[in-house]
Each structure stands twice: as structure tokens, then as C-alpha cells.
Design a protein around this ligand. Structure first.
Ligand code: ADP
Ligand code: MG
Length: 478
């Protein structure tokens, strides 16, 4: 008699082992999407969200998975992958391949084969003689003004699908991505689009911070019923920057109940966060659970072509002629996020106006140089890097600087040294000193290690990007 059912135990156990073997980022990205489906004597069938995922997982991890299973069970398994597109109960997708948006193909805005950035098409025609945006929302933040590129296509398609059918397809939806990548823009676009079609719809947009403050005030002033009324009667609830809810226990509790009420009433909810929900600390598990119950999509920094398309659009709106060379230059120099791109363009235009010159490469070059040496960018110290990296990997800065050389510490330490070398003026010797008085050769070795790992493991690039963004944010706060 075979005990096929028990194969699931091996599968679960194998994943637990693998979780300790790969980086958190890798695990979240590639393993949390795999779902055990069934098994036979020698075959385990799992579901993945797209063929892209299947191919990536096979290529990167099949050996590891098979050898783990063998180690644990003493048997050889074959793994069969099934593609399971999210339909009714889309499981939490931390990151998702393009294939999983069902409505993407019948949305004219996606233009499937479009390689380059295209502009999102109009949402259903707005009725005339009406204000452009829903109360409390910015008229700037619409799908028309949002440039779709590879970095945000999945999120943009999901947002448009939601706006077309609120409360039905993807509920809730969580949009996550670093600062300045368009989270607020997309979130408000959903609200504006729903509202333009039907102004009776109660669109409630709020930042998690305002939600918290309002809630506290309502307690102080003894009118929590009004607070509850406002949020529990929304047709579409849009909450921005939910990472702010960390440690806000009572607000979390309140939101939990709001969530349940709206969810049961099939009202659409969309949330944004600057990191994956699994990385938000001090938030109750049940709320985490709710956030990721529907669809999770992410926003990445735009590639050059998309960045250029975005800036051209912004430049057009100013009515001032900005030569292509200038746009290209900005996009070459600034790769962090869209907000920084815009800030650079604004600065260049403002300067040209001030001195009554045309916007030219010359002017741009000078202004960009100042932009880079502004104190905002220079507040980044090795200390800031250590704190941010330690936090990301759930270590203390002292562990990072300390003597321990276990895998859990060694890799984050190398990453921190690498970043310090890349983005500060500190020499290898300085960096070594900041890491518990290590020798400069250790720093050099760490640098080379990360560099070579980057060549074989593309996920490191993501980790570095996330960290760079957070470090910059920390630095600008310091
Ligand atoms: P976040 O909320 O993620 O920090 P925002 O939504 O505030 O970012 O975006 C920052 C700025 O960049 C806004 O002015 C927004 O309009 C602009 N932006 C971001 N992504 C795009 C895009 N794809 N197309 C056009 N503008 C964009
Ligand atoms: Mg925002």
C-alpha cells in the first residue's frame, strides 16, 4: 500500500528547509507562489501562476526541490507543474507574471505586443460638464496620465480591471512598490475612474496615517460611530501606505472590522504599501491575511524607455519645449523613481525660466550636477546603510558589525559592504573600520562576492534595488 497522501508532508517539509536555504526575497518571490495540488506515488503536482513562473522555478530550483524531497523521503519524485490562473480565489501573489490578469487581453490599453511604453487609454467616457475627479482625489491621478511600461503593466492592468468591475474580480487588491513609483497615482486613478462612470459611488480615499489620526480623534471626541459610518458605507475604499499601520494596534483592529464588513458586502478595497505585506512588521497576522487575500501586484522602477515616455508627457503638460536630449539625459542620470525624475525636470525648467534661457543640455547638465550633490543625497552614511540592511534582514546593526560568520549574517554583511562601497565616498579601509574594525581586504572580498553572485542570481539585483531605495529614504530623513 502506498501512502501518497503523505507526500504532501514531504513537500511542506521540503519547502521549510528551502526557506532557510535561500534568501527571504527569493523565497517570497518564487516559492510562496507554488501550491501543492496532489500527488501520486512518484509524482507531486503543484500549481504556479504562469508559464513564466514554471520556467523560472524549474530552471533555478528544480534540482534543489528534488534533492530536498529525496533527502527527506528517501524517494525520487518527479514534479509536475500546472498553470493555475487566478480566477475566483486568487491566492496572494507576491509578484506576478503577466499571464495572471484575466482581463488584460480584452483591455485595449494593454496592446499586448506593445514593447514600448504606451499611454493608458481613456477609461469609459466621462460625462460632460462635470468635475474631473472624485471628491478628495486629485484630477492629475487618472489612467490617462499614467504611462504603462514593463515595470508597471501588471499593476496598471489590474487597476483598470478593478475600476471596470469594482468589488468583483480582484478584491482586495494590494499594490506595493518603492517610494515615487506611482502607487498613489494608480490608487486614485481607480477611484477617479469608478467615479467618472457613476458619481453616486462613494469613493473613500485615505492614507493610513489619516485613517489612524481620524480614528484616534473619533475616540477622543466620542463619535466612533461616525467614523465607522464613513468607512463601512464606502463603495470603494482606497487606503494608501498601509505600512504606516505598524504598531498601531487599535487602528489595525478597527480596519480589520471595516475590512470584513466591506468584504462581505462585496465592496472593492485597494491598498498600497511600500513593501510586501510579509515585510510589514508588527501588524496582526489576520490583517496581513486580509490584505493578501485577493491580488497582489508590484511596481518596479521604470526602464529607460518608459522613463522617457513619462517625462515627455510631463514636459508636454508644462507647455515648455524640452528637447529630447534633455529628457534622455535626465533618464540616464536618474534611475531611482518617477518622483525623482519629475523633480529633476521641474528643477531644470524652473532654472531655465528664472534665467530666461531655453531648456538645453547645458542647463540640464549643470542642474543635474547640483541635484546629485544636494544634501539630500549626501546624508547617506555607512551607519544608515548598516541600519537599513540589518532591518531588512531582521538583524541588529551590531550583529552586522560583529564577529559572527554564520550564513544568516555573512551575506547581509557582504551586501551592506557592497552598498557602502557603491554609494558612499568611504574607502574600503573606512568601511572595514565601520564593520567592527575589519581589514580592507575583507571589504574587497565582500564586494567581489556580491558582484559575482549578481551575475548568477538575478534576484540579488532586486534586493539591492529595494535596499538602495530604503537607504535613500532613510538618508533623506536623517
Ligand atoms: P508613490 O505613491 O508610489 O510614492 P506617486 O504615485 O506619488 O508614487 O508617484 C510619484 C509621481 O510620479 C507622481 O507625480 C506620479 O504622477 C508620477 N508617476 C509615477 N508613475 C507614473 C507613470 N507610470 N506615468 C506617469 N506618471 C507617473
Ligand atoms: Mg504615495
Amino acid at each position: 500500500m502506498s501512502d501518497w497522501q503523505d507526500n504532501r508532508v514531504f513537500w511542506d517539509e521540503a519547502l521549510k528547509h528551502i526557506e532557510h536555504q535561500v534568501s527571504e526575497q527569493e523565497f517570497v518571490m518564487w516559492f510562496q507562489q507554488i501550491q501543492y495540488t496532489r500527488s501520486e506515488e512518484q509524482t507531486i503536482t503543484v500549481a504556479v501562476p504562469s508559464s513564466f513562473y514554471r520556467d523560472q522555478v524549474k530552471q533555478r530550483y528544480l534540482d534543489l526541490i528534488e534533492s530536498k524531497l529525496h533527502e527527506l523521503s528517501g524517494r525520487s519524485f518527479q514534479i509536475d507543474f500546472e498553470i493555475e490562473r487566478a480566477e475566483y480565489t486568487a491566492p496572494a501573489r507576491k509578484r506576478s507574471g503577466p499571464a495572471s490578469v484575466k482581463s488584460a487581453s480584452n483591455n485595449p490599453a494593454t496592446g499586448e505586443s506593445t514593447k514600448h511604453a504606451v499611454t493608458a487609454t481613456r477609461s469609459p467616457a466621462p460625462k460632460p460638464d462635470r468635475r474631473q475627479s472624485a471628491p478628495g482625489l486629485s484630477a492629475e491621478y487618472t489612467f490617462e496620465h499614467f504611462v504603462v511600461g514593463d515595470n508597471n503593466r501588471f499593476a496598471a492592468n489590474a487597476a483598470m480591471a478593478i475600476a471596470n468591475n469594482p468589488g468583483t474580480t480582484y478584491n482586495p487588491c494590494l499594490i506595493y512598490g518603492g517610494v515615487g513609483l506611482g502607487k498613489t497615482h494608480l490608487l486614485q486613478s481607480i477611484g477617479n475612474s469608478v467615479w467618472q462612470r457613476d458619481a453616486e459611488q462613494r469613493i473613500v480615499y485615505v492614507t493610513a496615517e489619516d485613517f489612524t489620526n481620524e480614528f484616534i480623534r473619533s475616540i477622543q471626541e466620542n463619535r466612533t460611530h461616525m467614523f465607522k459610518n464613513k468607512y463601512r458605507n464606502a463603495d470603494v475604499l482606497l487606503i494608501d501606505d498601509i505600512h504606516f499601520l505598524q504598531k498601531k494596534n487599535e487602528t489595525q483592529e478597527e480596519l480589520f472590522h471595516t475590512f470584513n464588513a466591506l468584504f462581505d458586502a462585496k465592496k472593492q478595497m485597494v491598498f498600497t504599501s511600500d513593501r510586501p505585506v510579509s515585510e510589514i512588521k508588527d501588524i496582526t497576522e489576520r490583517l496581513q491575511n486580509r490584505f493578501t487575500r485577493g491580488l497582489t501586484v508590484d511596481l518596479q522602477p521604470p526602464q529607460t524607455e518608459t522613463a522617457i515616455a513619462i517625462l515627455k508627457k510631463k514636459a508636454e503638460k508644462t507647455g515648455i519645449h524640452v528637447p529630447d536630449d534633455v529628457i534622455n539625459l535626465i533618464c540616464q542620470k536618474i534611475t531611482t523613481n518617477v518622483r525623482d525624475l519629475e523633480a529633476a525636470l521641474t528643477r531644470i525648467i524652473a532654472y531655465a525660466e528664472l534665467v530666461n534661457k531655453e531648456v538645453s543640455v547645458d542647463v540640464a547638465q549643470r542642474q543635474l550636477k547640483d541635484f546629485f550633490s544636494s544634501p539630500l543625497q549626501n546624508n547617506i552614511t555607512v551607519d544608515v546603510i548598516q541600519r537599513t540592511v540589518a532591518d531588512y534582514f531582521n538583524l541588529s546593526p551590531n550583529e552586522l558589525k560583529g564577529k559572527k560568520r554564520t550564513r544568516q549574517v555573512a551575506f547581509p554583511r557582504q551586501i551592506a559592504m557592497f552598498i557602502a562601497r557603491e554609494i558612499t565616498e568611504a574607502s574600503m579601509t573606512d568601511i572595514g573600520l565601520e564593520f567592527g574594525g575589519r581589514d580592507h581586504t575583507t571589504v574587497m572580498h565582500a564586494y567581489q562576492r556580491v558582484e559575482s553572485r549578481m551575475r548568477t542570481d538575478p534576484t540579488i539585483e532586486d534586493v539591492l534595488q529595494t535596499l538602495n531605495r530604503r537607504i535613500k529614504e532613510e538618508g533623506s530623513r536623517a
